[in-house]
Design a protein around this ligand. Structure first.
Ligand SMILES: *[C@@H]1O[C@H](CO)[C@@H](O)[C@H](O)[C@H]1NC(C)=O
Ligand SMILES: *[C@@H]1O[C@H](CO)[C@@H](O)[C@H](O)[C@H]1NC(C)=O
Length: 543
Protein backbone atom coordinates (compact mmCIF):
# COMPACT_ATOMS: atom_id res chain seq x y z
CA UNK A 1 0.00 0.00 0.00
CA UNK A 2 2.85 2.35 0.90
CA UNK A 3 4.31 1.82 -2.51
CA UNK A 4 1.00 2.56 -4.13
CA UNK A 5 0.47 5.85 -2.30
CA UNK A 6 4.00 6.92 -3.21
CA UNK A 7 3.19 6.17 -6.77
CA UNK A 8 0.05 8.25 -6.53
CA UNK A 9 2.06 11.20 -5.14
CA UNK A 10 4.53 10.98 -8.00
CA UNK A 11 1.63 10.79 -10.39
CA UNK A 12 -0.08 13.83 -8.90
CA UNK A 13 3.10 15.81 -9.40
CA UNK A 14 3.32 14.47 -12.93
CA UNK A 15 -0.28 15.54 -13.55
CA UNK A 16 0.29 18.98 -12.09
CA UNK A 17 3.32 19.48 -14.33
CA UNK A 18 1.28 18.39 -17.30
CA UNK A 19 -1.49 20.80 -16.44
CA UNK A 20 -4.12 18.25 -15.49
CA UNK A 21 -6.24 19.41 -12.61
CA UNK A 22 -5.23 17.11 -9.76
CA UNK A 23 -8.11 18.29 -7.58
CA UNK A 24 -10.55 16.42 -9.75
CA UNK A 25 -10.70 12.65 -9.28
CA UNK A 26 -8.62 10.54 -11.58
CA UNK A 27 -9.17 7.07 -12.96
CA UNK A 28 -6.42 4.79 -14.21
CA UNK A 29 -6.74 2.31 -17.05
CA UNK A 30 -4.18 -0.12 -18.44
CA UNK A 31 -5.07 -1.38 -21.86
CA UNK A 32 -3.28 -4.07 -23.84
CA UNK A 33 -4.06 -3.94 -27.55
CA UNK A 34 -3.70 -7.27 -29.35
CA UNK A 35 -4.98 -9.18 -32.33
CA UNK A 36 -7.42 -11.94 -31.49
CA UNK A 37 -9.80 -14.29 -33.27
CA UNK A 38 -13.39 -13.08 -33.37
CA UNK A 39 -16.45 -14.64 -35.06
CA UNK A 40 -19.05 -11.87 -35.14
CA UNK A 41 -20.62 -13.15 -38.36
CA UNK A 42 -19.85 -16.83 -37.97
CA UNK A 43 -16.52 -16.74 -39.81
CA UNK A 44 -13.17 -16.36 -38.12
CA UNK A 45 -11.70 -12.87 -38.38
CA UNK A 46 -8.72 -11.05 -37.00
CA UNK A 47 -10.10 -8.59 -34.45
CA UNK A 48 -8.41 -5.80 -32.54
CA UNK A 49 -8.95 -6.51 -28.86
CA UNK A 50 -8.40 -4.36 -25.80
CA UNK A 51 -7.55 -6.47 -22.75
CA UNK A 52 -8.85 -9.42 -24.74
CA UNK A 53 -12.26 -7.82 -25.28
CA UNK A 54 -14.20 -6.90 -28.39
CA UNK A 55 -15.72 -4.34 -28.14
CA UNK A 56 -13.16 -2.83 -25.80
CA UNK A 57 -13.71 -1.98 -22.11
CA UNK A 58 -16.31 0.59 -21.20
CA UNK A 59 -15.13 3.91 -19.70
CA UNK A 60 -17.45 5.14 -16.95
CA UNK A 61 -16.60 8.49 -15.42
CA UNK A 62 -18.01 11.74 -14.02
CA UNK A 63 -17.75 15.28 -15.38
CA UNK A 64 -14.21 16.67 -14.86
CA UNK A 65 -12.65 13.29 -14.02
CA UNK A 66 -9.08 12.83 -15.17
CA UNK A 67 -8.64 9.68 -17.24
CA UNK A 68 -5.13 8.23 -17.27
CA UNK A 69 -5.12 5.56 -19.95
CA UNK A 70 -1.95 3.57 -20.63
CA UNK A 71 -2.13 1.87 -23.99
CA UNK A 72 0.29 -0.95 -24.86
CA UNK A 73 0.45 -1.69 -28.55
CA UNK A 74 1.05 -5.39 -29.18
CA UNK A 75 -0.01 -5.16 -32.84
CA UNK A 76 2.62 -5.37 -35.55
CA UNK A 77 1.71 -1.92 -36.82
CA UNK A 78 1.44 1.63 -35.41
CA UNK A 79 -1.71 2.29 -33.41
CA UNK A 80 -3.63 5.25 -31.95
CA UNK A 81 -6.91 5.67 -30.15
CA UNK A 82 -9.12 8.73 -30.55
CA UNK A 83 -12.11 9.82 -28.47
CA UNK A 84 -15.27 10.69 -30.40
CA UNK A 85 -16.93 13.67 -28.76
CA UNK A 86 -14.43 14.30 -25.96
CA UNK A 87 -13.42 17.94 -26.14
CA UNK A 88 -9.93 17.86 -24.60
CA UNK A 89 -10.21 21.48 -23.44
CA UNK A 90 -6.90 23.27 -24.22
CA UNK A 91 -5.36 19.88 -24.91
CA UNK A 92 -5.45 18.73 -28.53
CA UNK A 93 -2.23 16.81 -27.74
CA UNK A 94 -4.40 13.96 -26.43
CA UNK A 95 -6.77 13.78 -29.39
CA UNK A 96 -5.09 10.74 -30.89
CA UNK A 97 -5.46 11.60 -34.56
CA UNK A 98 -2.76 11.63 -37.20
CA UNK A 99 -2.42 15.43 -36.99
CA UNK A 100 -2.03 15.70 -33.22
CA UNK A 101 -0.31 12.63 -31.84
CA UNK A 102 2.48 10.31 -32.99
CA UNK A 103 1.36 6.72 -33.50
CA UNK A 104 2.32 4.23 -30.78
CA UNK A 105 4.93 2.03 -32.50
CA UNK A 106 4.52 -1.76 -32.34
CA UNK A 107 5.65 -3.07 -28.97
CA UNK A 108 5.56 0.40 -27.34
CA UNK A 109 3.19 2.15 -24.97
CA UNK A 110 1.72 5.60 -24.51
CA UNK A 111 -0.28 7.09 -21.65
CA UNK A 112 -3.15 9.37 -22.58
CA UNK A 113 -4.04 11.99 -19.96
CA UNK A 114 -7.55 13.18 -20.70
CA UNK A 115 -10.05 15.16 -18.74
CA UNK A 116 -13.83 14.94 -19.20
CA UNK A 117 -13.89 18.69 -18.59
CA UNK A 118 -17.36 20.24 -18.39
CA UNK A 119 -18.89 17.30 -20.27
CA UNK A 120 -21.70 14.84 -19.70
CA UNK A 121 -23.19 12.27 -22.04
CA UNK A 122 -22.53 9.31 -24.30
CA UNK A 123 -19.50 8.95 -26.53
CA UNK A 124 -17.09 6.28 -27.76
CA UNK A 125 -13.43 5.72 -28.48
CA UNK A 126 -12.04 4.08 -31.59
CA UNK A 127 -8.73 3.31 -33.33
CA UNK A 128 -8.00 6.22 -35.66
CA UNK A 129 -5.25 4.94 -37.96
CA UNK A 130 -5.42 2.89 -41.15
CA UNK A 131 -8.66 0.92 -41.19
CA UNK A 132 -8.24 -0.48 -37.68
CA UNK A 133 -11.80 0.52 -36.85
CA UNK A 134 -12.94 -2.23 -39.24
CA UNK A 135 -11.41 -4.77 -36.83
CA UNK A 136 -12.89 -3.41 -33.59
CA UNK A 137 -10.80 -1.61 -30.97
CA UNK A 138 -13.73 0.62 -30.08
CA UNK A 139 -15.68 0.99 -26.84
CA UNK A 140 -18.24 3.14 -25.06
CA UNK A 141 -17.66 6.21 -22.90
CA UNK A 142 -20.27 7.32 -20.34
CA UNK A 143 -19.78 10.63 -18.58
CA UNK A 144 -22.16 10.95 -15.65
CA UNK A 145 -23.30 14.25 -14.22
CA UNK A 146 -21.76 15.37 -10.91
CA UNK A 147 -24.04 14.64 -7.94
CA UNK A 148 -24.95 18.28 -7.38
CA UNK A 149 -26.02 18.77 -10.98
CA UNK A 150 -29.26 16.87 -11.54
CA UNK A 151 -30.18 15.32 -14.87
CA UNK A 152 -33.70 15.97 -16.20
CA UNK A 153 -34.99 12.44 -15.59
CA UNK A 154 -35.01 9.94 -12.70
CA UNK A 155 -31.93 7.77 -12.31
CA UNK A 156 -32.58 4.73 -14.54
CA UNK A 157 -32.61 1.16 -13.19
CA UNK A 158 -29.85 0.28 -15.64
CA UNK A 159 -27.64 1.91 -18.24
CA UNK A 160 -26.95 -0.13 -21.39
CA UNK A 161 -24.34 0.69 -24.01
CA UNK A 162 -25.28 -0.16 -27.59
CA UNK A 163 -22.37 -0.01 -30.03
CA UNK A 164 -23.94 -0.71 -33.40
CA UNK A 165 -22.80 -0.45 -36.97
CA UNK A 166 -22.01 -2.09 -40.26
CA UNK A 167 -19.39 -4.82 -40.50
CA UNK A 168 -17.22 -6.40 -43.18
CA UNK A 169 -16.11 -10.01 -43.26
CA UNK A 170 -12.96 -8.90 -45.03
CA UNK A 171 -10.11 -8.00 -42.68
CA UNK A 172 -8.99 -4.43 -42.13
CA UNK A 173 -5.78 -4.92 -44.12
CA UNK A 174 -7.74 -6.16 -47.14
CA UNK A 175 -10.17 -3.26 -46.92
CA UNK A 176 -7.26 -0.87 -46.70
CA UNK A 177 -5.64 -2.54 -49.70
CA UNK A 178 -8.81 -1.94 -51.73
CA UNK A 179 -8.78 1.76 -50.83
CA UNK A 180 -5.03 2.12 -51.41
CA UNK A 181 -5.59 0.60 -54.84
CA UNK A 182 -7.90 3.46 -55.72
CA UNK A 183 -11.16 1.55 -55.53
CA UNK A 184 -14.16 2.16 -53.28
CA UNK A 185 -15.27 -0.27 -50.59
CA UNK A 186 -17.80 -2.99 -51.37
CA UNK A 187 -21.09 -3.03 -49.45
CA UNK A 188 -20.82 -4.17 -45.84
CA UNK A 189 -21.71 -7.80 -45.11
CA UNK A 190 -23.96 -7.11 -42.16
CA UNK A 191 -24.46 -5.20 -38.93
CA UNK A 192 -23.29 -5.85 -35.38
CA UNK A 193 -24.65 -4.91 -31.97
CA UNK A 194 -21.96 -4.89 -29.28
CA UNK A 195 -19.73 -7.06 -31.43
CA UNK A 196 -22.36 -9.75 -32.04
CA UNK A 197 -24.49 -10.76 -34.98
CA UNK A 198 -28.13 -11.92 -35.16
CA UNK A 199 -29.64 -12.40 -31.63
CA UNK A 200 -26.10 -12.56 -30.30
CA UNK A 201 -26.40 -9.97 -27.55
CA UNK A 202 -28.89 -9.85 -24.68
CA UNK A 203 -30.01 -6.75 -22.74
CA UNK A 204 -31.56 -7.70 -19.39
CA UNK A 205 -34.45 -5.68 -17.97
CA UNK A 206 -36.96 -6.08 -15.18
CA UNK A 207 -40.68 -5.48 -15.75
CA UNK A 208 -41.89 -2.03 -14.68
CA UNK A 209 -38.43 -0.43 -14.57
CA UNK A 210 -36.93 2.21 -16.84
CA UNK A 211 -33.55 1.82 -18.55
CA UNK A 212 -31.20 4.09 -20.39
CA UNK A 213 -29.79 2.86 -23.71
CA UNK A 214 -26.78 4.77 -25.05
CA UNK A 215 -26.57 4.03 -28.74
CA UNK A 216 -23.58 4.90 -30.93
CA UNK A 217 -23.15 4.24 -34.64
CA UNK A 218 -19.60 2.85 -34.70
CA UNK A 219 -19.85 1.56 -38.28
CA UNK A 220 -17.70 2.43 -41.27
CA UNK A 221 -20.04 3.37 -44.09
CA UNK A 222 -23.77 3.38 -43.31
CA UNK A 223 -26.41 5.27 -41.35
CA UNK A 224 -28.53 3.04 -39.11
CA UNK A 225 -32.01 2.93 -37.60
CA UNK A 226 -32.51 1.67 -34.03
CA UNK A 227 -35.75 0.35 -32.52
CA UNK A 228 -37.08 -2.03 -29.89
CA UNK A 229 -40.05 -4.28 -30.63
CA UNK A 230 -43.19 -3.18 -28.76
CA UNK A 231 -41.45 -0.39 -26.85
CA UNK A 232 -41.43 3.38 -27.08
CA UNK A 233 -38.13 5.23 -26.67
CA UNK A 234 -37.88 8.64 -25.05
CA UNK A 235 -34.88 10.59 -26.32
CA UNK A 236 -33.03 12.26 -23.45
CA UNK A 237 -29.52 13.05 -24.63
CA UNK A 238 -27.58 13.59 -27.83
CA UNK A 239 -23.77 13.77 -27.61
CA UNK A 240 -23.85 15.70 -24.34
CA UNK A 241 -27.01 17.79 -24.80
CA UNK A 242 -30.13 17.00 -22.79
CA UNK A 243 -32.98 16.98 -25.26
CA UNK A 244 -36.70 17.58 -25.17
CA UNK A 245 -37.95 14.12 -24.28
CA UNK A 246 -39.90 13.20 -27.40
CA UNK A 247 -41.18 9.65 -27.88
CA UNK A 248 -39.96 7.67 -30.90
CA UNK A 249 -40.71 4.24 -32.34
CA UNK A 250 -37.36 4.25 -34.09
CA UNK A 251 -34.38 6.53 -34.32
CA UNK A 252 -31.89 7.24 -37.12
CA UNK A 253 -28.24 7.49 -36.16
CA UNK A 254 -25.70 8.54 -38.72
CA UNK A 255 -22.05 7.49 -38.71
CA UNK A 256 -20.28 8.51 -35.52
CA UNK A 257 -23.41 9.79 -33.77
CA UNK A 258 -24.48 8.90 -30.22
CA UNK A 259 -27.81 9.30 -28.43
CA UNK A 260 -29.48 8.14 -25.20
CA UNK A 261 -33.06 6.94 -24.93
CA UNK A 262 -35.12 5.86 -21.93
CA UNK A 263 -37.14 2.68 -22.33
CA UNK A 264 -39.68 1.46 -19.77
CA UNK A 265 -40.10 -2.31 -19.62
CA UNK A 266 -43.89 -2.01 -19.52
CA UNK A 267 -44.90 -4.89 -21.80
CA UNK A 268 -45.81 -8.52 -21.10
CA UNK A 269 -42.96 -10.56 -19.62
CA UNK A 270 -41.18 -12.19 -22.58
CA UNK A 271 -38.30 -11.41 -24.94
CA UNK A 272 -38.37 -8.69 -27.59
CA UNK A 273 -36.18 -7.84 -30.55
CA UNK A 274 -33.74 -4.96 -30.40
CA UNK A 275 -33.28 -4.11 -34.08
CA UNK A 276 -30.68 -2.20 -36.05
CA UNK A 277 -31.03 -1.80 -39.81
CA UNK A 278 -29.06 0.07 -42.43
CA UNK A 279 -30.50 3.28 -43.90
CA UNK A 280 -30.36 4.61 -47.46
CA UNK A 281 -28.73 1.43 -48.79
CA UNK A 282 -30.10 -0.42 -51.85
CA UNK A 283 -30.21 -3.67 -49.86
CA UNK A 284 -31.38 -3.14 -46.26
CA UNK A 285 -29.15 -4.96 -43.78
CA UNK A 286 -30.73 -5.89 -40.46
CA UNK A 287 -29.48 -7.41 -37.24
CA UNK A 288 -31.06 -8.03 -33.87
CA UNK A 289 -30.25 -8.35 -30.20
CA UNK A 290 -32.63 -9.47 -27.46
CA UNK A 291 -34.42 -7.46 -24.82
CA UNK A 292 -34.83 -10.10 -22.14
CA UNK A 293 -37.33 -9.50 -19.34
CA UNK A 294 -36.26 -11.04 -16.05
CA UNK A 295 -38.08 -14.38 -15.54
CA UNK A 296 -39.16 -14.42 -19.18
CA UNK A 297 -39.70 -17.93 -20.49
CA UNK A 298 -40.93 -16.85 -23.91
CA UNK A 299 -38.32 -16.18 -26.56
CA UNK A 300 -38.52 -13.66 -29.36
CA UNK A 301 -41.09 -14.41 -32.02
CA UNK A 302 -42.45 -13.10 -35.28
CA UNK A 303 -40.54 -10.98 -37.71
CA UNK A 304 -38.50 -8.15 -36.14
CA UNK A 305 -40.31 -4.82 -36.55
CA UNK A 306 -39.50 -3.08 -39.83
CA UNK A 307 -37.78 0.27 -40.01
CA UNK A 308 -39.03 3.48 -41.62
CA UNK A 309 -40.00 2.85 -45.22
CA UNK A 310 -39.72 6.42 -46.36
CA UNK A 311 -36.21 7.62 -46.79
CA UNK A 312 -34.71 11.07 -46.66
CA UNK A 313 -37.82 13.16 -45.92
CA UNK A 314 -38.69 11.07 -42.85
CA UNK A 315 -35.15 11.23 -41.53
CA UNK A 316 -34.90 14.99 -42.06
CA UNK A 317 -38.22 15.51 -40.29
CA UNK A 318 -37.10 13.40 -37.36
CA UNK A 319 -33.81 15.32 -37.17
CA UNK A 320 -35.74 18.56 -36.83
CA UNK A 321 -37.66 17.26 -33.81
CA UNK A 322 -34.41 16.81 -31.85
CA UNK A 323 -34.27 19.91 -29.69
CA UNK A 324 -32.59 21.07 -26.54
CA UNK A 325 -34.43 21.03 -23.21
CA UNK A 326 -33.78 24.65 -22.27
CA UNK A 327 -34.83 24.15 -18.67
CA UNK A 328 -32.57 21.14 -18.03
CA UNK A 329 -29.27 21.87 -16.31
CA UNK A 330 -26.02 21.26 -18.10
CA UNK A 331 -22.61 20.13 -16.96
CA UNK A 332 -21.16 23.62 -16.56
CA UNK A 333 -21.57 25.95 -13.60
CA UNK A 334 -23.16 28.22 -16.17
CA UNK A 335 -25.59 25.71 -17.65
CA UNK A 336 -25.56 25.54 -21.40
CA UNK A 337 -29.26 26.35 -21.36
CA UNK A 338 -28.43 29.93 -20.50
CA UNK A 339 -26.05 30.20 -23.44
CA UNK A 340 -27.84 32.19 -26.11
CA UNK A 341 -26.01 30.98 -29.22
CA UNK A 342 -28.69 32.51 -31.43
CA UNK A 343 -27.91 36.04 -30.23
CA UNK A 344 -24.30 35.97 -31.42
CA UNK A 345 -23.49 37.10 -34.92
CA UNK A 346 -20.90 34.83 -36.57
CA UNK A 347 -17.83 36.74 -37.70
CA UNK A 348 -17.04 34.26 -40.47
CA UNK A 349 -18.85 31.83 -42.74
CA UNK A 350 -17.00 28.71 -43.82
CA UNK A 351 -18.57 26.59 -46.52
CA UNK A 352 -17.44 22.98 -46.92
CA UNK A 353 -18.40 20.88 -49.88
CA UNK A 354 -17.60 17.18 -50.23
CA UNK A 355 -16.72 15.49 -53.51
CA UNK A 356 -15.44 12.18 -54.88
CA UNK A 357 -12.78 13.08 -57.46
CA UNK A 358 -10.38 10.78 -59.25
CA UNK A 359 -6.80 11.91 -58.72
CA UNK A 360 -3.88 10.20 -60.51
CA UNK A 361 -6.26 7.44 -61.62
CA UNK A 362 -7.44 6.64 -58.10
CA UNK A 363 -10.65 7.19 -56.20
CA UNK A 364 -10.23 9.97 -53.66
CA UNK A 365 -12.58 12.09 -51.54
CA UNK A 366 -12.15 15.82 -51.00
CA UNK A 367 -13.28 18.90 -49.10
CA UNK A 368 -13.51 22.06 -51.22
CA UNK A 369 -11.52 20.26 -53.91
CA UNK A 370 -8.65 19.32 -51.57
CA UNK A 371 -8.00 15.71 -50.68
CA UNK A 372 -6.07 15.34 -47.42
CA UNK A 373 -2.84 13.38 -47.32
CA UNK A 374 -0.77 12.85 -44.18
CA UNK A 375 2.69 14.40 -43.96
CA UNK A 376 5.57 12.73 -42.14
CA UNK A 377 5.08 14.58 -38.82
CA UNK A 378 1.95 15.38 -36.79
CA UNK A 379 0.84 18.94 -37.54
CA UNK A 380 0.64 19.81 -33.86
CA UNK A 381 4.30 18.86 -33.41
CA UNK A 382 5.28 20.73 -36.57
CA UNK A 383 3.67 23.81 -35.02
CA UNK A 384 5.21 23.35 -31.61
CA UNK A 385 8.75 22.76 -32.82
CA UNK A 386 8.32 25.29 -35.66
CA UNK A 387 9.25 22.73 -38.30
CA UNK A 388 8.39 24.21 -41.70
CA UNK A 389 7.38 22.51 -44.90
CA UNK A 390 4.90 20.07 -43.39
CA UNK A 391 1.74 22.03 -44.10
CA UNK A 392 0.60 25.43 -45.37
CA UNK A 393 -2.19 27.36 -43.68
CA UNK A 394 -3.64 28.37 -47.03
CA UNK A 395 -3.79 24.80 -48.28
CA UNK A 396 -7.59 24.59 -48.18
CA UNK A 397 -9.98 27.41 -49.13
CA UNK A 398 -12.94 28.15 -46.86
CA UNK A 399 -15.37 28.14 -49.79
CA UNK A 400 -15.92 25.43 -52.42
CA UNK A 401 -13.62 25.92 -55.40
CA UNK A 402 -13.94 24.80 -58.97
CA UNK A 403 -11.20 23.18 -61.00
CA UNK A 404 -9.36 19.92 -60.55
CA UNK A 405 -9.09 18.46 -57.09
CA UNK A 406 -5.60 18.08 -55.66
CA UNK A 407 -3.81 16.35 -52.78
CA UNK A 408 -2.49 18.39 -49.83
CA UNK A 409 -1.87 18.25 -46.10
CA UNK A 410 -4.72 20.66 -45.62
CA UNK A 411 -4.94 22.98 -42.61
CA UNK A 412 -7.35 25.90 -42.22
CA UNK A 413 -6.71 28.84 -39.92
CA UNK A 414 -9.21 30.08 -37.31
CA UNK A 415 -8.91 32.77 -34.66
CA UNK A 416 -9.26 31.74 -31.03
CA UNK A 417 -12.56 32.98 -29.54
CA UNK A 418 -14.15 33.75 -32.90
CA UNK A 419 -17.71 32.61 -33.54
CA UNK A 420 -18.21 30.94 -36.91
CA UNK A 421 -20.97 29.65 -39.12
CA UNK A 422 -20.09 26.50 -41.04
CA UNK A 423 -22.27 25.36 -43.93
CA UNK A 424 -21.83 21.79 -45.13
CA UNK A 425 -23.05 21.61 -48.71
CA UNK A 426 -23.55 18.13 -50.16
CA UNK A 427 -24.01 17.76 -53.92
CA UNK A 428 -23.47 14.02 -53.89
CA UNK A 429 -26.30 11.51 -53.66
CA UNK A 430 -25.16 9.88 -50.40
CA UNK A 431 -25.74 11.00 -46.81
CA UNK A 432 -22.67 12.63 -45.30
CA UNK A 433 -21.71 12.59 -41.63
CA UNK A 434 -19.28 15.28 -40.41
CA UNK A 435 -17.43 15.33 -37.12
CA UNK A 436 -15.40 18.11 -35.50
CA UNK A 437 -12.89 17.12 -32.80
CA UNK A 438 -12.51 19.32 -29.73
CA UNK A 439 -15.91 20.94 -30.02
CA UNK A 440 -19.61 20.73 -29.58
CA UNK A 441 -21.49 22.88 -32.10
CA UNK A 442 -25.05 24.10 -32.62
CA UNK A 443 -26.94 22.55 -35.54
CA UNK A 444 -28.92 25.59 -36.65
CA UNK A 445 -30.46 24.26 -39.84
CA UNK A 446 -30.64 21.62 -42.54
CA UNK A 447 -32.61 21.47 -45.76
CA UNK A 448 -32.56 20.30 -49.36
CA UNK A 449 -30.87 22.15 -52.21
CA UNK A 450 -28.26 24.87 -52.27
CA UNK A 451 -27.66 26.94 -49.13
CA UNK A 452 -28.02 30.70 -49.70
CA UNK A 453 -27.88 33.63 -47.23
CA UNK A 454 -31.69 33.53 -47.33
CA UNK A 455 -31.55 30.06 -45.77
CA UNK A 456 -30.63 31.80 -42.51
CA UNK A 457 -34.19 33.02 -42.05
CA UNK A 458 -35.17 29.41 -41.29
CA UNK A 459 -32.43 28.71 -38.75
CA UNK A 460 -33.38 27.45 -35.29
CA UNK A 461 -31.73 30.13 -33.17
CA UNK A 462 -33.48 29.12 -29.99
CA UNK A 463 -33.30 25.48 -28.94
CA UNK A 464 -31.26 23.30 -31.25
CA UNK A 465 -28.85 20.76 -29.75
CA UNK A 466 -25.10 21.12 -29.42
CA UNK A 467 -23.31 18.01 -30.67
CA UNK A 468 -20.09 16.93 -32.36
CA UNK A 469 -21.33 14.90 -35.36
CA UNK A 470 -23.97 15.97 -37.87
CA UNK A 471 -25.47 14.50 -41.00
CA UNK A 472 -25.95 16.21 -44.36
CA UNK A 473 -28.61 14.68 -46.56
CA UNK A 474 -28.06 14.07 -50.30
CA UNK A 475 -28.17 17.25 -52.42
CA UNK A 476 -28.78 19.21 -49.22
CA UNK A 477 -27.06 21.43 -46.68
CA UNK A 478 -26.56 21.55 -42.93
CA UNK A 479 -25.49 24.72 -41.10
CA UNK A 480 -23.85 24.93 -37.69
CA UNK A 481 -22.68 27.68 -35.32
CA UNK A 482 -19.44 27.05 -33.47
CA UNK A 483 -17.72 29.07 -30.73
CA UNK A 484 -14.01 28.53 -31.42
CA UNK A 485 -13.01 28.67 -27.77
CA UNK A 486 -10.61 25.71 -27.70
CA UNK A 487 -7.05 26.35 -28.92
CA UNK A 488 -5.51 23.45 -30.80
CA UNK A 489 -5.18 21.50 -34.01
CA UNK A 490 -8.54 19.86 -34.59
CA UNK A 491 -9.59 17.23 -37.11
CA UNK A 492 -12.71 17.94 -39.18
CA UNK A 493 -13.62 14.74 -40.97
CA UNK A 494 -16.13 12.57 -42.68
CA UNK A 495 -17.20 9.80 -40.30
CA UNK A 496 -17.51 7.54 -43.33
CA UNK A 497 -14.26 5.67 -42.88
CA UNK A 498 -13.50 5.11 -46.57
CA UNK A 499 -14.02 8.81 -47.21
CA UNK A 500 -11.88 10.04 -44.35
CA UNK A 501 -9.15 7.53 -45.21
CA UNK A 502 -9.10 8.74 -48.81
CA UNK A 503 -8.98 12.43 -47.99
CA UNK A 504 -12.35 13.85 -46.87
CA UNK A 505 -10.87 15.55 -43.82
CA UNK A 506 -8.62 18.44 -42.84
CA UNK A 507 -7.40 20.20 -39.71
CA UNK A 508 -8.66 23.43 -38.21
CA UNK A 509 -5.87 25.26 -36.43
CA UNK A 510 -7.50 27.38 -33.74
CA UNK A 511 -4.76 29.79 -32.89
CA UNK A 512 -4.03 32.30 -30.17
CA UNK A 513 -0.96 34.53 -30.56
CA UNK A 514 -0.73 34.81 -26.75
CA UNK A 515 0.82 31.34 -26.27
CA UNK A 516 -0.51 31.25 -22.75
CA UNK A 517 -0.92 28.05 -20.74
CA UNK A 518 -4.31 29.44 -19.81
CA UNK A 519 -5.32 28.92 -23.42
CA UNK A 520 -3.41 25.76 -24.21
CA UNK A 521 -1.61 23.18 -22.09
CA UNK A 522 2.10 22.60 -22.71
CA UNK A 523 3.20 19.59 -24.70
CA UNK A 524 2.95 16.51 -22.46
CA UNK A 525 6.28 15.33 -21.06
CA UNK A 526 5.55 11.84 -22.34
CA UNK A 527 4.62 12.93 -25.88
CA UNK A 528 5.91 10.50 -28.48
CA UNK A 529 8.10 12.24 -31.04
CA UNK A 530 8.16 10.98 -34.59
CA UNK A 531 8.96 12.10 -38.12
CA UNK A 532 10.92 15.35 -38.18
CA UNK A 533 10.14 15.91 -34.48
CA UNK A 534 12.10 12.81 -33.50
CA UNK A 535 14.80 13.51 -30.95
CA UNK A 536 13.47 16.96 -29.99
CA UNK A 537 12.91 17.80 -26.35
CA UNK A 538 9.48 18.19 -24.79
CA UNK A 539 10.75 20.74 -22.24
CA UNK A 540 8.60 23.85 -22.39
CA UNK A 541 9.93 26.25 -25.02
CA UNK A 542 7.57 28.99 -24.04
CA UNK A 543 5.29 30.25 -21.30
C1 LIG B 1 6.13 2.98 -21.49
O1 LIG B 1 7.10 3.39 -22.44
C2 LIG B 1 8.06 4.29 -21.93
C3 LIG B 1 8.94 4.80 -23.04
O2 LIG B 1 8.81 4.10 -24.20
C4 LIG B 1 8.85 3.62 -20.84
O3 LIG B 1 9.77 4.52 -20.30
C5 LIG B 1 7.90 3.16 -19.76
O4 LIG B 1 8.59 2.43 -18.82
C6 LIG B 1 6.77 2.32 -20.32
N1 LIG B 1 5.82 2.10 -19.27
C7 LIG B 1 5.70 0.96 -18.64
C8 LIG B 1 4.77 0.96 -17.46
O5 LIG B 1 6.28 -0.02 -19.01
C1 LIG C 1 -36.87 19.43 -19.33
O1 LIG C 1 -36.16 19.18 -18.15
C2 LIG C 1 -36.93 19.34 -16.97
C3 LIG C 1 -36.05 19.12 -15.76
O2 LIG C 1 -35.02 20.06 -15.68
C4 LIG C 1 -38.06 18.36 -16.96
O3 LIG C 1 -38.84 18.54 -15.80
C5 LIG C 1 -38.91 18.56 -18.19
O4 LIG C 1 -39.89 17.55 -18.26
C6 LIG C 1 -38.08 18.52 -19.46
N1 LIG C 1 -38.90 18.95 -20.55
C7 LIG C 1 -39.11 18.24 -21.65
C8 LIG C 1 -40.04 18.82 -22.64
O5 LIG C 1 -38.57 17.19 -21.91
Amino acid sequence: MVRKSNLVCVFLLFLAINGINAEDPYRFFTWKVTYGDIYPMGVKQQGIMINGQFPGPQINCVTNDNLIISVYNYLNEPFLLSWNGLQHRRNSWQDGTYGTTCPIPPGKNFTYMLQAKDQIGSFFYFPSLALHKAAGGYGGIKIYSRPRIPVPFPFPAGDHTVLAGDWFKRGHQRLRHILDGGRSLPSPDGLLINGRGWNGYKFEVEGGKTYRFRISNVGLTTSINFRIQGHIMRLVEVEGSHTVQNAYNSLDLHLGQSASVLVTANQAVRDYYVVVSSRFTSRVLTTTAILHYKNSKIGVSGPPPGGPTTQIAWSLMQARTIRWNLTASGPRPNPQGSYHYGMIKPSRTIMLSNSAPWINGKQRYAVNGVSFVAGDTPLKLADYFKIGGIYNLGSIPDKPRTGNAYLATSVMHADFRSFAEIVFQNWEDTVQSWHIDGYSFFVVGMDGGQWTPASRTRYNLRDTVARSTVQVYPRAWTAIYIALDNVGMWNIRSENWARQYLGQQFYLRVYSPAHSWRDELPIPKNALLCGRARGRRTRPLRG
